[in-house]
Structures are given as structure tokens and as C-alpha cells.
Design a protein around this ligand. Structure first.
Ligand code: GAL
Length: 367
């Protein structure tokens, strides 16, 4: 099944990467080619790298046949202590190393100033290309100006700047997903339940929303479009609470615990902007004696291995695959295009990989 997921992700990546869409320090290296990236949380440990290893083996053979790609690549991740980004960075590292690149991956520690130093260091080291997961979307202007000034081909990942911001530098591209799609799919997962989320039959879906980092467009769009899917389908909705959980399992648990104590059986749906927070919310749901899919619904995004297990076991209503392997493959493909001299016109600098709705019926395909 792991192989099936990898093949699906890679096939999807090669399909999607060709479809372009316009849209709106001084520290030493944290990880290098010699040392695999560390895993810093229990949640992150769920994120295995087997699929990426399979992909790396394949690409390594190709690279060997081609005489090895070579080149020094700097990778900046917003923080290592993030379950989904751990899967993503491991995939990225495996694919790049498999292609013969020398890779250095830095932990931004959720600190934009720290990441700016790391970018400047990479520039001083004259890396051939950069792959950057910005700490803050609002820092995009500054990051783009810096890499443009240094004339370094750059792929931004995970946090999408505006088309206008990107248009200032033709050797820059964004690879990611359209977060609106994931929000819509979360809403559809609720609409697909027997009572469309209205468990108590009072004519409205009463929910709490556990948001990621609200500065992040993924959090904004998932929050908006999950609920929009319900209202577009004619459902009445009632928001009992909306709180930021910063993508974090413990915060998800705390918010759900407090809300379950405060609102009790009035809560019919818990929307979480990602799976790690949903797994935290599930702990609170179980501690409160509630039962998912019977007296409450719970949805996340990412399709972390732990969440896939919960979907299969009926402890999560569903999740949405955020295709880390596909995005990593897409980022490397775009980076190689840039290294080969390709430039990107304004309005064509976002490359999207599709999300996939995950239910008990298809969850095993992604495990
Ligand atoms: C989202 C992902 C979250 C978190 C976030 C970091 O796409 O769903 O789990 O990793 O990116 O920016």
C-alpha cells in the first residue's frame, strides 16, 4: 500500500506539474546529505519516509544513468517541529539526494529573522538553487527581493505568496496546493454523512473550527471553504467557536477539551485545519465519552499516517490528502527547470498539486 501511495503521488505530480495555474545566520547546517533530518515530535514520527525512499531509489538510478545531477541546494523549512512539513522535508531531501545533489536543510524554528539569516548564509555559500518554505507569508516580498538580488533560482513551497509578489522575479516559482480545494473537500466529507452534519436534527450544523496559523493562507481558506461547502449546499450553520491551534496537536486537544466542556452535545462537527490538531481533538472527544461518526463528526487535512489509521478505524470522519511526495517531486522538477534556464512569466508562477478526499473507503490506498 505504501508503494501504491507513492506511485499515485508521483504520477499525480508529473501530471500536475505540467499544468500551470495563475493565482491569486550564522547557523551551521541542521541536516546535510550525511545526516537524515531529525524527527522532533511524536506526531512527526508518524510521518514515515518510506514512500520518499522508494522515490529516491528510482530517481537515484535515473541520476546515476545520467551521470548525477550535482549542485548545492539550500532548503529552508519554517520549522522542523511540524508533522506535515516533516513528511514533506524528508521527501524533498530523499528525492534531491537521490538525484545526486548536495542538500542542506535548515530549521527556521518558526522565526522569520532566523530564516532570513539562513537564506543569507546560503547566498554567501553560493548555492545553486534554494527551496524555501517561508516562516511568514508576509515576508514573501523581502525573501523574493533577496533571492532576486543574489540571482538564485528559487522555489517557494507550502506558503503561497500572491501572483503580484512573485511577478517581480522570473526565476521564482511556487509549488503547492490550492487550499480552497481542501476546505471544500472537508465540507463535502460532512455533507456525505447521513444527516449532513445535523446530528440533532435542529436544522443547523453547529461546529467548532480549530484553525492553523491564521497568517497562513491554508488556514484562512480551509476555514472559509469548509463552511462555504455547507452553506452552498443549503445547510444552515452555527459557529460555536473558532480558535487558532497553530497546526499543533496539543493545542488542538486543549481547544477541543475546553469547547466540549463548554458546549457539550451542541457540538456536532469539529473542523480542524490539519490532521495533527484533529488527532489532538480526537483525544479530547474520547476523553469526553463522545463517539465520532455517532454523536460528533471530525475532519482534518494532510492524511498523516496516524490520521489515516483513525479514518480506517472510524475515529475520524475523514481527511484530505495533502500530497507531500507529489509536492516535493514537483518542487524538484520546477527547481531543475529553473537550473536549466527556464524563466516563468507573471501569472504562471504557481504550480498546483491536487488534494484528494480521504474516506474509510479509500484511506488504505494512502497508507
Ligand atoms: C499546511 C499543512 C499543515 C502545516 C502547514 C504549515 O499545508 O496542512 O499541517 O504543515 O502547512 O505551513
Amino acid at each position: 500500500m505504501r508503494l501504491a501511495r507513492k506511485v499515485t503521488a508521483m504520477a499525480m505530480a508529473s501530471m500536475m506539474v505540467v499544468s500551470m495555474a495563475a493565482c491569486g545566520g550564522g547557523d551551521s547546517a541542521e541536516t546535510t546529505t550525511a545526516a537524515p533530518a531529525e524527527t522532533t515530535t511524536a506526531a512527526a514520527a508518524d510521518a514515515t519516509t518510506e514512500a520518499a525512499k522508494d522515490a529516491a531509489e528510482e530517481t537515484a538510478k535515473e541520476a546515476e544513468a545520467a551521470g548525477g545531477a550535482g549542485g548545492n541546494i539550500g532548503v529552508c523549512i519554517y520549522k522542523f517541529d511540524d508533522a506535515f512539513m516533516t513528511t514533506y522535508r524528508n521527501a524533498l531531501q530523499e528525492i534531491l539526494e537521490g538525484k545526486g545533489y548536495t542538500v542542506t536543510v535548515m530549521d527556521g524554528k518558526n522565526d522569520q529573522a532566523e530564516q532570513n539569516n539562513q537564506i543569507n548564509n546560503f547566498i554567501a555559500q553560493e548555492v545553486d538553487a534554494l527551496i524555501i518554505n517561508p516562516v511568514m507569508t508576509s515576508a514573501a516580498d523581502q525573501i523574493i527581493a533577496t533571492v532576486k538580488d543574489a540571482d538564485i533560482p528559487t522555489v517557494l513551497i507550502n506558503r503561497e505568496p500572491t501572483a503580484e509578489q512573485m511577478s517581480t522575479y522570473e526565476k521564482l516559482v511556487y509549488v503547492g496546493c490550492d487550499a480552497r480545494q481542501s476546505g471544500t473537500m472537508q465540507g463535502e466529507l460532512i455533507l456525505d454523512t447521513p444527516n449532513k452534519g445535523d446530528i440533532n436534527g435542529d436544522g443547523k450544523v453547529s461546529y467548532i473550527m480549530i484553525q492553523g496559523d491564521p497568517e497562513n493562507v491554508d488556514a484562512q481558506y480551509r476555514t472559509e471553504f469548509s463552511v462555504k461547502a455547507l452553506t452552498d449546499a443549503g445547510m444552515q450553520v452555527e459557529e460555536l467557536d473558532l480558535q487558532r491551534g497553530d497546526w499543533d496537536r496539543n493545542k488542538g486537544q486543549e481547544i477541543a477539551q475546553n469547547d466540549l466542556a463548554k458546549f457539550g452535545n451542541d457540538i456536532e462537527v469539529i473542523f480542524c485545519n490539519n490532521d495533527d490538531m484533529a488527532i489532538g481533538a480526537l483525544q479530547a472527544i474520547q476523553a469526553a465519552g463522545r463517539k465520532v461518526n455517532e454523536d460528533i463528526y471530525l475532519v482534518g487535512v494532510d492524511a498523516l499516517d496516524a490520521a489515516l489509521n483513525e479514518v480506517v478505524n472510524g475515529n475520524m470522519t475523514g481527511t484530505v490528502l495533502n500530497d507531500a511526495n507529489g509536492q516535493a517531486a514537483g518542487a524538484v522538477e520546477a527547481m531543475e527547470a529553473l537550473l536549466g534556464g527556464k524563466t516563468y512569466a507573471s501569472g504562471e508562477q504557481s504550480i498546483y498539486v491536487d488534494y484528494v478526499k480521504v474516506t474509510p473507503e479509500n484511506a488504505a490506498d494512502f497508507q
